[in-house]
Design a binder for this molecule. Structure first.
Ligand SMILES: Nc1nc2c(ncn2[C@@H]2O[C@H](COP(=O)(O)OP(=O)(O)OP(=O)(O)O)[C@@H](O)[C@H]2O)c(=O)[nH]1
Ligand SMILES: [Mg+2]
Length: 238
């Protein structure tokens, strides 16, 4: 007696899950993580002319510019941060871009307002900075770092006056209220409302490197500034 050979029963195939696409924040942070030191210069004239968007971090000495760049790029010592004010004395550029293709640059600028700096040096530096902010052709956005416990200083106001015409022409502008870990929630909210009135139409965000507040939000904003033709970040493999 022969037994019919049963055909093997194939299990019903589950549809293979499509990998979830990374969130805009993950894409923006991944992009910032590609940051590499590009060059340093004591003055604008020594900076290379570039044709990719440049985003400058400015603000009074010790406000937290270098720390903010290190936090956003998730690199501990990309920019020199220090308890000692006046640590950053050159314009330092960092290139960003996946697969080795630079698509934007971050600029860490020396802080102003440090009392111990000789007057002549202060004036010289203010001129270097004003020159940079007014004439740097590929400058796409300015991030003004401000410690909300001190508010805007006189030199911050000077800077706002210098950049106002360019902001009116479309230059992106963000005020980061730093060291938010030093404020209560209510103080933080109040500082944001006050700064929104002072920032002349710019964006305002609370930020803390220690508590990691505002990192994703700021990262996404910078990503959008550098990629204005792409409305939402799209998934790209590194
Ligand atoms: N608590 C707290 N401290 C911070 C934060 N960000 C920066 N700091 C501290 O503030 C000090 C100054 O930080 P830097 O990043 O060097 O400041 P900077 O604006 O680059 O200063 P200059 O280079 O002098 O213009 C350092 O001691 C940092 O650790 C923050 O979010 N929270
Ligand atoms: Mg610095």
């Amino acid at each position: 007696m022969t037994h019919p050979i049963k055909p093997p029963v194939s299990k019903p195939q589950k549809p293979s899950p499509t990998p979830a696409s990374p969130s805009p924040a993950v894409i923006a942070l991944g992009w910032l993580h590609t940051a590499k030191f590009l060059t340093t210069a004591p003055q604008l004239q020594f900076l290379p002319a570039l044709d990719v968007p440049e985003i400058a971090f400015v603000g009074r000495s010790n406000a937290g510019k270098s720390t903010c760049i290190n936090t956003l790029t998730q690199q501990k010592q990309l920019a020199f941060a220090s308890k000692k004010p006046g640590r950053t004395q050159h314009i330092n550029l960092f290139s960003l871009g996946k697969q080795g293709v630079t698509d934007a640059v971050l600029a860490d600028l020396p802080g102003y307002g440090y009392a111990a700096v000789p007057k002549q040096d202060k004036i010289r530096w203010q001129q270097v900075m004003a020159n940079y902010l007014v004439t740097r052709e590929n400058l796409k956005g300015i991030v003004l770092m401000c410690d909300p416990r001190h508010g805007l200083t006189e030199l911050d106001e000077v800077l706002l006056d210098v950049i106002r015409p360019r902001v009116e022409e479309g230059l992106k502008f963000l005020v980061i209220l730093t060291k938010a870990d030093k404020l209560t929630r209510t103080e933080g909210a109040k500082a944001v409302s006050i700064m929104k009135l002072q920032a002349g139409g710019g964006e305002v965000r609370l930020f803390s490197a220690t508590k990691r507040t505002g990192i994703e939000d700021v990262a996404q904003l910078l990503w959008q500034w550098a990629h204005p033709d792409i409305p939402e970040p799209v998934s790209t493999s590194a």
